[in-house]
Design a protein around this ligand. Sequence first.
Ligand SMILES: [Zn+2]
Length: 70
Amino acid sequence: MKQYYLNLDTTTNPNADNEVHTSDCWRCPSYNRIYLGYWDNGVDAVKEAKARGYAKADGCRICSKEAHKE
Ligand SMILES: [Zn+2]
């Protein structure tokens, strides 16, 4: 399992969504983020982010491409 974070800054990607990253992704922000916990994959981490009210959560195309839609 990996630790996942949600980027609260929506200006870092062209679709203005909240990107979900693993803790070891080079694009994972060091601040302005929410800790999502340990998950098996990006799909589950994105589900958790949506359950917390972030409807525009989307997997990072580098570390969570299984959950990357936009
Ligand atoms: Zn990432």
